[in-house]
Design a protein around this ligand. Structure first.
Ligand code: GAL
Length: 563
């Protein structure tokens, strides 16, 4: 807080939130002026997987221009995995696949630039790409300068095999950032790491966007699951209400590339596009633009829906209602209006109502339909979208341009998700900042019963189911991590379980503790390890259909337990 005594009005509230954000992410944003709004373009993976070649890519470039996609903002044409030769050339440099790209990658870049587009290429920070082509490990500086010499403007950096690299992701990404800086060529760096907690551990120091999910596929269920990683509790504690507080100009949560045009029909395509718009997710089209049907084209180029995504304020939308399948999201915009998405994922047709008090407005407000591009009139206090059927939605803009900016919600304060005091902090009393797999239960086993290991009951701890990864933020404040782990006594099966504790993220692979495989008969294992200097602690469980406990999971700071 500023300590100022000024009367709180919406704008100071918004200003305070923004200040808090700037403060908590000091040093994180790259501040290089790139990706100030979510990047827009086309990427080859969702349409073609490995099946790309020079003539296809050139035809895509032409289609981007002809269809109006480029002029609607889709400027990056990105070749995903599959463009490379199987081996580096005699000098150790990356080269394009000589059969698929006989003209070479530099010439292709020139062709793309000649169309008024920007050029993007995929690489991987592992020793191989996900499709087993040459990765950049150990060759980072060389590869970044190769890319610069080819005129590359955007790099999608994948993470397959990176857990073998032996360095924390934060350190590794800084290597790429510095190598790119040294080339002198501005290049957007887009991290693909399948929701590895980048929002939380500072990838934004080095990259402009990071994935929040596993790969999207061609189904509305997958679209919803990916949206949930950015806008819901798919990958973070529910208290955060999505990842909005970690995004902003130059640092974006990427819910993955678009499947618009690859879904069953316009209803699904539109929902998908509206969700990505409200969540300020990058808009990387993934359909075959050469044969794009007009309805798909008009969805992808819908100007007012794109404008919400590209709003210069860069505030990621957040959810204000979740009631069964009924959801409402709000994205405050730079011009004082706010975009509201009302969606029915459920089976039963339903009315959805947004009241102005939930979106920081009051009194009569203009409402505009962003898909229809039509003013709907002035509404007092609320707006109702009547009888929305399954997967139907309404995307509206509320307010009058030029008004006072609508404040966003306050971010979760650091003390709720970081160690801030001496003595004992039970991890279950902190909000985890990343999860993969099922969320842990706090102070109960995974079925809600008492945590119990070999007959001993524990009032505190985390009850987990199946494989999971949970990350907590320690900010170097803790000295020891302690827990008792094992298969919960409620488990009657024959599977094994393995507990690991890591300093930092999964790909960093700095293992501090490894239980090896345990069965339900194994004795409970006591953990008491040094975590001095650890900023992020990752608790990992490997196990299929198991119930496993981190009983008494706690960190001790200042060496004086006070419980
Ligand atoms: C995956 C990545 C996809 C695609 C693919 C290429 O790891 O998430 O988006 O790039 O690799 O092999």
């Amino acid at each position: 807080m500023t300590g100022s005594k000024s009367r709180p009005n919406p704008w100071t509230l918004a200003g305070t939130s923004i200040l808090l954000l700037v403060f908590s992410f000091k040093g994180w944003a790259k501040n290089d002026g790139l990706a100030l709004t979510p990047p827009m373009g086309w990427n080859s993976w969702n349409a073609f997987k490995m099946d790309i070649d020079e003539s296809k890519i050139k035809a895509i470039a032409e289609a981007m221009v002809r269809s109006g996609m480029r002029d609607a903002g889709y400027v990056y044409l990105v070749l995903d995995d599959g463009w490379m030769a199987k081996e580096r050339d005699g000098a150790g440099n990356l080269a394009g696949d000589p059969v698929k790209f006989p003209g070479g990658m530099k010439a292709l870049g020139e062709y793309i630039h000649g169309k008024g587009l920007k050029y993007g290429l995929y690489e991987c920070r592992g020793y191989l790409t996900c499709q087993k082509l040459p990765g950049s490990l150990g060759q980072e500086a060389r590869d970044m300068s190769t890319f610069a010499s080819w005129g590359v403007d955007y790099i999608k950096l994948d993470s397959c095999f990176a857990e073998r690299n032996g360095r924390p992701s934060r350190v590794e990404l800084a290597v790429y950032r510095d190598a790119i800086e040294r080339t002198g060529r501005p290049m957007v760096l887009s991290l693909s790491d399948f929701g590895n907690g980048s929002w939380a551990w500072g990838a934004g120091e080095s990259v402009h966007l990071w994935r929040t999910s596993y790969d999207i596929s061609r189904s509305i269920a997958s679209v919803y699951a990916c949206a949930e990683t950015s806008g819901g509790d798919g990958v973070i504690h529910p208290a955060f209400n999505g990842l909005w507080q970690f995004a902003g100009p130059g640092r974006w949560n990427d819910a993955d590339m678009l499947q618009v045009g690859n879904l069953p029909g316009p209803k699904e395509d539109k929902v998908h596009f509206s969700l990505w718009s409200v969540l300020a997710s990058p808009l990387m089209a993934g359909n075959d633009l050469r044969s794009m049907a007009e309805p798909v084209r008009s969805i992808l180029t819908a100007p007012e829906v794109i404008a919400v995504n590209q709003d210069p304020r860069g505030f990621q939308g957040y959810r204000i209602l979740r009631d069964g399948g009924r959801e409402i999201y709000n994205k405050p915009l730079a011009d004082g209006t706010t975009a509201v998405l009302m969606l029915n994922k459920g089976e039963t047709p339903s009315d959805l109502t947004v009241t102005w008090d939930r979106i920081g407005l009051r009194g009569p407000q203009n409402v505009r339909d962003l898909w229809e591009r039509k003013d709907l009139g002035v509404f007092e206090g609320s707006f109702t979208a009547a009888s929305l059927g399954r997967h139907e939605h309404r995307f509206i803009k509320v307010g009058t341009p030029g008004g006072t900016p609508v404040p966003g919600p306050a971010p979760v304060p650091l003390e709720k998700y970081s160690v801030t005091r001496s003595g004992t902090t039970y991890l279950g009393d902190l909000f985890y900042i990343m999860k993969q797999g099922d969320a842990p239960r706090t102070d109960a086993n995974s079925a809600g019963g008492v945590l119990s290991l070999r007959g001993t009951k524990y009032p505190k701890g985390l009850g987990c189911r199946n494989s999971s990864r949970i990350m907590y933020r320690l900010d170097g404040k803790a000295d020891r991590f302690q827990a008792v782990v094992g298969m919960d006594d409620s488990y009657a099966g024959e599977e094994t379980v393995r507990f690991r504790v890591l300093n930092g993220d999964f790909f960093g692979n700095q293992v501090l503790f490894d239980s090896g495989k345990l069965t339900r008969e194994s004795a409970a294992v006591k953990i008491d390890i040094d975590v001095k200097g650890v900023d992020y602690l990752l608790l990992m469980i490997d196990g299929r259909r198991v119930a496993a406990d981190w009983a008494e999971a706690q960190v001790v700071a200042g060496g004086r337990p006070d419980h």
